[in-house]
Design a protein around this ligand. Sequence first.
Ligand code: NAG
Ligand code: NAG
Length: 207
Amino acid sequence: MLQHPQVKGPGIGLLGISLGADICLAMASFLKNVSATVSINGSVFSENRGIHYKQTSIPPLGYDLRRTKVPFSGLLDIVDVRNDIVRGYENPSMIPIEKAQGPILFIVGQDDHTWRSELYAQVASERLQAHGKEKPQIICYPGTGHYIEPPYFPMCPASFHILLNKPVIWGGEPRPHSKAQVDAWKQILSFFCKHLGGTQKRAISKL
Ligand SMILES: *[C@@H]1O[C@H](CO)[C@@H](O)[C@H](O)[C@H]1NC(C)=O
Ligand SMILES: *[C@@H]1O[C@H](CO)[C@@H](O)[C@H](O)[C@H]1NC(C)=O
């Protein structure tokens, strides 16, 4: 990416959602020249397969599918499947985000049914501060589910989950979720403009 002719450098910004957000957080923690990272409903924890980079391995947090709930709709609710965060921000399965060079913006849907995004963002904030870093910006949206996508994308309340081989609930109510998508996009653009040396005060959104 740094060698791409459209990339100004010397740093790049990363934006990811869900497992993709965790990959971005791991990249920011282990790689150089990541100047700003946005995590949308990331968990900040090592997923099922663990995270490996050179000599470092972060063990997975683990889960128990017996904690899956099947509400009236018949769709699976997996929000409580993952194991508890023992020892809070010192949990060994946590991505070492304090190593990240640039700031991190956490975007959280408070009706996230994939995992407890809001709790995870709080633990991430505690971890950064315990390591002498600044308190990160956390933007929480009520009535908003796991899939905060760009503005005007239809809300995806539930869909097929590749690991479970069944449809699961992602959460969110149409109106607040759609509003959150519009606002989150603006927040992401201004965060990147600020931390990636944009010349304009605000990025021009094409959406
Ligand atoms: C990474 O950042 C450093 C310091 O800002 C810069 O000197 C270097 O050129 C950057 N690396 C790349 C590949 O852009
Ligand atoms: C976070 O997850 C919730 C619930 O699954 C979802 O509704 C919301 O859109 C997600 N937020 C983002 C920014 O993706």
